[in-house]
Design a protein around this ligand. Structure first.
Ligand SMILES: Cc1cc2nc3c(=O)[nH]c(=O)nc-3n(C[C@H](O)[C@H](O)[C@H](O)COP(=O)(O)OP(=O)(O)OC[C@H]3O[C@@H](n4cnc5c(N)ncnc54)[C@H](O)[C@@H]3O)c2cc1C
Length: 396
């Protein structure tokens, strides 16, 4: 049996950060992953450009059973620390230009997400970390130390780090490994569900949405007291786009979402004014001032789409109410196949917020998306992976 100080399972964002940090401290580190390539989710992230962090990281932008849990790790290894690392490797990046009212601070590579993976692997190599890919882990046991049975042999270490992420995108190799192993060692799990995921609709709502597939509009999408002002996209199954992905993480089955199609605009006043100023214009034409033409036509059709002069003031009031607060009842989500993240995971009550060490199981750590901490869209999930990975890397 070959022994190390630390074994990390998962060569993704969190696992590689943990490994390079521990390696740089002189720890002998082995990283195992069943995939043939490291950091596959990093490669596909941000449309291939990796939105690797956000300039405005605040704990309130993370969802967890314990909203305070992420605070310590995010403060110990910040977005500025990661930006410094990116700069050290000469990776060019930019802040995404933001549309009116939407969240800013999203940092993307100018070139390719490959540069981020290459950076992490270079840091691991410089720190003497051994990375074994295409390696299946069949058994994890703990006596004096951890003993890990794999397709590449048996390995031992005093510290064992679970960094295998969540269930999203199973066809890329996502598994419930971290959750299963954590549970076997007595750690609690919270309910898990897909997050940052397109919403699906049925019946009349879907019938209206389907022909609009491909149309995008700037909206404010709300669920309960949460609201996100961003772009929304119609799809063949319902709705997607950043506004919908964000609100999906707060949506629960049976709850409505409310979409404001003209955020901040006086639609009611504008329609009455248009009735006077442009009496011969069709409703769809006037709505086209605020909405994409195809969407304007579809909504106007619901109200008869007559000339403005023929529309009753009461009807125009209903049109305005629909635009400013379109109440929709999602049938479901597109599930883990399309979800960017998994909400829930290893219960934070069983982990140290400073080190990510499991309480009551010396040497066991859980980091990254496997933990019940999920960020908003916009680079927050990678920042959680870097921060939690760094904290564990400093503690192992
Ligand atoms: C399409 C898409 C785009 C995204 N874009 C962004 C973005 O731009 N910005 C952002 O902040 N977040 C983004 N995310 C979310 C982000 O990718 C994840 O939150 C982040 O990768 C989690 O890091 P992690 O290290 O915990 O897990 P992962 O990066 O998922 O790494 C887990 C690793 O564990 C390995 N593994 C899994 N099971 C096993 C097993 N049984 N045995 C051995 N190895 C195993 C996997 O192969 C993988 O290498 C995106 C997600 C998706 C799906």
């Amino acid at each position: 049996m070959k022994t190390f100080d630390v074994i990390v399972v998962g060569a993704g964002a969190a696992g590689l950060m943990c490994a390079m940090t521990a390696g740089a401290r002189g720890r002998r580190v082995l990283v195992l992953d069943h995939a043939e390539a490291a950091g596959k989710k990093i490669l596909i992230s941000g449309g291939g450009r990796c939105n690797f962090t956000n300039l405005e990281v605040v704990p309130e932008r993370f969802i967890s059973g314990n909203p305070h849990f992420a605070r310590s790790a995010l403060a110990q290894y910040t977005q500025h620390d990661f930006v410094a690392l990116v700069k050290k490797h000469g990776i060019a990046f930019h802040e995404k230009t933001q549309s009116e009212g939407s969240l800013g601070g999203q940092l993307f590579c100018d070139g390719s997400a490959r540069e981020v993976v290459a950076m992490l692997l270079a840091e691991c190599a410089a720190a003497g970390v051994e990375v074994r890919l295409g390696c299946r882990v069949s058994e994890v046991a703990r006596a004096e130390a951890f003993r890990v049975e794999t397709s590449a042999g048996t390995f031992g270490a005093a510290a064992f780090v679970l960094a295998t992420g969540g269930l999203s995108i199973p066809k890329m190799g996502a598994t419930g490994f971290a959750h299963e192993v954590a549970a076997r060692f007595g750690l609690g799990l919270t309910e898990i569900r897909p997050g940052l995921v397109p919403l699906t609709f049925a019946g009349e709502e879907l019938a209206l949405m389907q022909p609009l597939a491909g149309v995008a509009a700037g909206v404010e999408a709300a669920c309960g007291r949460r609201a996100f002002r961003e772009a929304m996209l119609f799809t063949h199954r319902g709705l997607s786009g950043p506004a919908i992905l964000q609100i999906s993480s707060y949506w629960r089955e049976g709850l409505p979402i409310v979409v404001d199609l003209a955020p901040g605009r006086d639609v009611a006043g504008g329609l009455l004014a248009a009735k006077k100023a442009r009496p011969n214009a069709a409703l769809r034409t006037v709505l086209g001032d605020w909405l994409p033409a195809r969407l304007a036509a579809a909504l106007a059709a619901r109200f008869g789409d007559g000339a403005m002069a023929q529309m009753r003031d009461r009807t125009l009031g209903e049109v305005a109410a629909l635009l400013r607060g379109w109440k929709l009842e999602p049938a479901g989500t597109e599930g883990y196949a399309k979800a960017e993240v998994t909400l829930g995971g290893v219960d934070t009550a069983f982990l140290s917020q400073k080190t990510m060490a499991a309480k009551g199981v010396p040497g066991l750590f859980v980091i990254g998306e496997a933990v019940d901490v999920t960020g908003w869209l916009g680079g927050y999930n990678f920042q959680w992976a870097w921060s939690s990975g760094w904290c564990a890397g400093m503690a192992v």
